[in-house]
Design a protein. Structure first.
Length: 216
């Protein structure tokens, strides 16, 4: 049976989403629990995981090889956001969340990737992620800080500053959401940075008891 069938049976309240900047290549989206998802991410990002397991979803040596090959095939240099660019991306995210009433429970913006914990919305999660990317891109263009400014095409088109793929894990319990929030909030420290606070992030107060719902 399809993934969509099982998602109907399991009440989905939120999502943990990761996407990269251009050139930050992600392996295929892992399937399974949130802990499997994080284990895969830790292996891919750092070459080790914070939890012990006999099963490695992503082999670090294989990932390093994949990433090196992928980077050699890039048309443009990989994107690594500066602090100023990250702030403008955040302003774009804030603008989209305000006009769409998207619920954000956690967000971390790193130089090469972004983490979000989002409440279920009437947008499909893939659409919400793409719209967030688009609003951040627009903000960076408007402020003259788009990282691909020097690589526009002869027709004036802007190369995407974001990677095409993203990882999404479906969160069906309060515990899963709280774990994801804690992980995302602490993620900058894993990268040697300070924790981040964003005005568009709302405090998580528990899941709705009213059945199938969206969070606004």
């Amino acid at each position: 049976m399809s993934d969509n069938f099982w998602r109907v049976l399991i009440m989905i309240h939120g999502y943990h989403v990761i996407w990269g900047t251009y050139g930050f290549w992600l392996p295929n989206d892992p399937r399974g629990s949130w802990s499997d998802f994080v284990y895969s991410w830790e292996i891919a990002r750092f070459g080790k995981a914070t939890k012990s397991s006999d099963r490695s979803v992503v082999d670090p040596k294989q990932y390093a090889t994949w990433r090196a090959v992928a980077r050699r095939s890039l048309k443009n240099p990989p994107v690594k956001l500066t602090g100023s660019q990250a702030l403008e991306a955040a302003r774009g995210f804030a603008r989209f969340t305000e006009k769409s009433n998207l619920t954000v429970w956690a967000c971390s913006i790193l130089p090469e990737h972004v983490h979000f914990v989002l409440g279920r919305h009437h947008y499909k999660i893939e659409s919400a992620a793409n719209l967030l990317k688009g609003e951040a891109t627009r903000q960076l263009i408007e402020t003259g800080l788009h990282p691909m400014a020097e690589h526009r095409t002869s027709k004036g088109r802007w190369p995407s500053m974001w990677g095409e793929s993203q990882w999404i894990v479906y969160l069906d319990t309060e515990e899963a959401i709280e774990n994801a929030i804690r992980y995302v909030e602490a993620n900058p420290e894993r990268e040697g940075m300070k924790r981040q606070r964003w005005s568009f992030v709302r405090k998580f107060t528990g899941v709705s008891k009213n059945g199938w719902t969206t969070y606004h």
